[in-house]
Ligand binder design. Structure first.
Ligand code: UDP
Ligand code: MG
Length: 335
């Protein structure tokens, strides 16, 4: 083993939970066992901990988190005042955990991501990496639709010049300074997996096979997936706006050629009643203009929302043996 660049870390595992009563106990037990085994192997410090973020669940998730916090010192709980969405819940968890931890792993509550990748992520941290991306090498267990739409989205983002790790979602390890770097991005429209590469620092990847949800159903219906995709695109790239310009230029050039053609036809006495071509071009131009306005509107809407600087979340309770002041301060700043 090469000498570690970084000392053994106090590790935090942050788990956003929204209506996860069916998977919570299993998730908590599995992660606790993993934490204990990593402590035993001296990979992480004995005071490493789990932090469950309840994102305004309407089921018994928070009650279960409270019970676990009361019974086990290595479990912390953070309750948001309402459902703010996965990305905000994750940011809240990172803000609460980072001041207390040297490294933070984020993972979904359904444990679709292989928790055995976590010790490998920690080994990368020992080797000096600040950012370790969990990358799905196989997603055979996802439905055809989920797999195709997700992979199509990653390709679309790449085509628009967005730097994003292919097949990586929100399963990753971040060192404390990387989390601080991430939290410095104060935008409301946060698309974390697009922001992390912008933070920089030495980064690497670990591969794993994505499993099925242990229980319950996906909290990411198509509507939320599309909203996330829109967040990602509008938060990271203005390529769609440039495409409108390119399209406008193309149509102008095409119209010039068409105008010359029409004039030649007119002066050679061939003007025929061209109803279909007129109607088609009206529909076509109408469609292009509406689409362009829609894309412009998306960005203007984002500017509108950003200028309000509304809080991303409010903390209702923070269950922690002794919450350090800087954790509370960082949480307040991240709101
Ligand atoms: N989640 C959340 N708030 C939401 C929706 C989801 O905190 O509004 C959490 C959810 O509990 C889970 C993670 O985000 O831990 C990912 O959700 P899910 O596994 O349902 O997404 P999928 O794997 O189907 O994309
Ligand atoms: Mg899932």
């Amino acid at each position: 083993m090469p000498a570690s660049l970084y000392p053994v870390p106090r590790l935090a595992i942050v788990v956003p939970c929204y209506n996860e009563e069916e998977v919570f106990t299993f998730c908590q037990q599995e992660l606790s066992a993993l934490l204990a085994s990593m402590v035993q192997d001296q990979k992480i410090k004995p005071d490493s901990f789990l932090l469950f973020v309840d994102d305004g669940s309407r089921d018994s998730t928070w009650a279960q988190i409270q019970t676990a916090c009361g019974a086990q010192p290595h479990v912390q709980g953070l309750k948001l005042s309402r459902n703010e969405g996965h990305q905000s819940a994750l940011l809240a968890g990172l803000a609460a955990a980072a001041p207390q931890a040297d490294a933070v792993v984020s993972i979904d509550a359904d444990l679709q991501d292989d928790i055995q990748a976590i010790p490998r992520m920690v080994s990368c941290y020992h080797a000096g990496y600040d950012v370790v991306y969990g990358v799905r090498e196989s997603r055979q267990t996802d439905t055809w639709f989920k797999r195709t739409s997700a992979e199509g989205f990653y390709r679309l983002m790449a085509a628009m010049g967005v730097q994003q790790v292919f097949n990586h979602a929100d399963f990753r390890l971040l060192s404390q300074r990387a989390v601080k770097g991430l939290l410095a991005y104060a935008e409301r429209n946060a698309y974390i997996r697009g922001l992390v590469p912008l933070v920089g620092f030495p980064s690497t990847q670990v591969g794993y096979a994505r499993g099925i949800r242990t229980a319950g159903e996906s909290k990411y219906p198509l509507r939320k997936m599309l909203a996330l995709a829109m967040e990602g695109i509008t938060s990271l790239t203005i390529t769609p706006l440039r495409l409108i310009t390119a399209l406008g230029l193309f149509i102008c050039a095409f119209s010039l050629v068409a105008a010359i053609y029409v004039l030649i036809r007119k002066f050679t006495g061939h003007t025929a009643a061209g109803w279909p071509s007129i109607i088609l071009s009206i529909f076509f131009m109408g469609g292009v203009q509406m689409l362009s306005l829609g894309i412009l509107g998306e960005y203007i809407g984002k500017i509108y929302l950003e200028t309000k600087k509304r809080p991303r979340f409010h903390v209702e309770s923070f269950l922690c043996q002794e919450a350090p002041d800087d954790a509370i301060a960082t949480l307040a700043k991240t709101e």
